[in-house]
Design a protein around this ligand. Structure first.
Ligand SMILES: C[S@@+](CC[C@H](N)C(=O)[O-])C[C@H]1O[C@@H](n2cnc3c(N)ncnc32)[C@H](O)[C@@H]1O
Ligand code: SF4
Length: 370
């Protein structure tokens, strides 16, 4: 079973202007209690087999060295040594990824880092509300290399307010010159409730599309494999933990707001840090949402996840029965292509993926889904 283990660390030094992840600024004083709560939750799933580990956030690199060691102990006691996972990633922000933490992370067995850069332009970073500047990213990246990390992902965002195509490509080229093994490029999403949303920031869809087209051309030319809508890897460095999500694999999520998918049931923990700590200290469940995916909902979900991968997917007989007409419609309108028995996003479909995916999410289009 290719199950993944995800651990959420919901603390950040400062909240970025675009972010709607479950992450909170100024609550670091709760970190020790939070780790205690994680220890309680992990016991509930003791010895469940997991192949990959992803410690995400929030900002996991905010943890001090002794807290990283405590987290490793929780993982070791209930699952296995971090070094025994096929892939073990920690998400890091440049300003808190110090040489001493890098050394600790290597000692603990982490073999992959995912660093959020977003842009190499300091004024764009300021607009985003990032704590770091470009020089701090470069220093952290070099320290990670010197510290022995040979598998590093870096995140960029395209379509920032006021960002020109030239400025975005400048960031991308600067990053490619560093040769990280993996690059994720996301188009900026304006999420409800964020400062960007409240300020009325709007995306220039045409410009964003140019940026994403140029990203694909530039990274492919530089030897990166475009294997998922937003993800590029040097051959052999495709993210194993995330690939398991796209292949509809199981995952166990621990911590505040963490989601799990096991035995066809999707569950989500409370996104409130205090509630999570209170529940775990008092033997209550932190799960606030649970649903069993069955029938069209399950078939649609696994199809849309698989279609995020550029290789595409061979639909099952059940999926063809449910979604054959919708698939046909997208082949006709040029967003999907058929290659042998597989279907996959076309070049055009890559940039209009949400339109395709909508066909596989309830409520289903009566016309297209019979
Ligand atoms: C879990 S998040 C944050 C990880 C880490 N705390 C950081 O900020 O680097 C992972 C990535 O999602 C992307 N992201 C988050 N919010 C986004 C948004 N509203 N639009 C586009 N990309 C976003 C960013 O590139 C970010 O690095
Ligand atoms: S983008 Fe990252 S650092 Fe910024 S608030 Fe979200 S989780 Fe925290």
């Amino acid at each position: 079973m290719k199950r993944g283990l995800y651990i959420h660390i919901p603390f950040c030094k400062q909240k970025c202007n675009y972010c709607d992840f479950a992450s909170y600024a100024g609550q670091e004083s709760q970190l020790d209690a939070y780790l205690g709560a994680l220890a309680h939750e992990a016991v509930l799933y003791k010895e469940i087999g997991c192949r990959t580990l992803y410690v995400g956030g929030g900002t996991p690199s905010l943890l001090a060295e002794h807290q990283l060691r405590r987290l490793a102990k929780i993982i070791r006691k209930n699952f296995k040594e971090i070094a025994q996972f096929d892939e073990s990633t920690l998400e890091a922000n440049p300003e808190s990824l110090t040489p001493a933490k890098i050394q600790t992370l290597r000692e603990l067995g982490f073999n992959r880092l995912s660093i959020g850069l977003q842009s190499f332009n300091d004024s764009e970073l300021k607009t985003l509300g990032r704590v770091h500047n470009a020089a701090q990213f470069t220093a952290a990246y070099q320290a990670a290399r010197e510290g022995g990390f040979t598998n590093i992902n870096v995140d960029l965002i395209a379509g920032l307010p006021g960002q020109s195509l030239e400025s975005f490509l400048g960031s991308l080229r600067h990053l490619v010159a560093l040769r990280p093994e993996h690059i994720s490029v996301y188009g900026l999403q304006i999420e409800e409730g964020t400062p960007f949303f409240k300020q009325g920031v709007v995306c220039d869809d045409a410009l964003m599309r140019r940026m994403l087209e140029e990203t694909r051309a530039c990274l492919t030319q530089a030897g990166y494999h475009h294997y998922e809508i937003s993800n590029f890897a040097l051959p052999g460095y495709e993210a194993q933990h995330n690939t398991n999500y796209w292949q509809n694999g199981e995952y166990l999520g621990l911590g505040c707001a963490a989601a799990s998918y096991r035995c066809g049931v999707r569950r989500q923990n409370t996104a409130n840090v205090e509630d999570y700590i209170f529940d775990m200290e008092n033997g209550k469940t932190p799960i606030v949402f649970s649903e069993r995916l069955t029938g069209p909902a399950q078939e649609g979900e696994s199809l849309l996840l698989a279609l995020r991968q550029l290789d595409g997917v061979e639909p099952t007989a059940g999926q063809m029965q449910l979604f054959g007409p919708a698939i046909e419609k997208h082949i006709q309108n040029g967003l999907l292509t058929r290659v042998d028995k597989k279907i996959k996003l076309s070049e055009e479909g890559l940039y209009l993926a949400s339109e395709v995916m909508r066909s596989f999410v309830a409520p289903f289009d009566e016309e297209a889904c019979k």
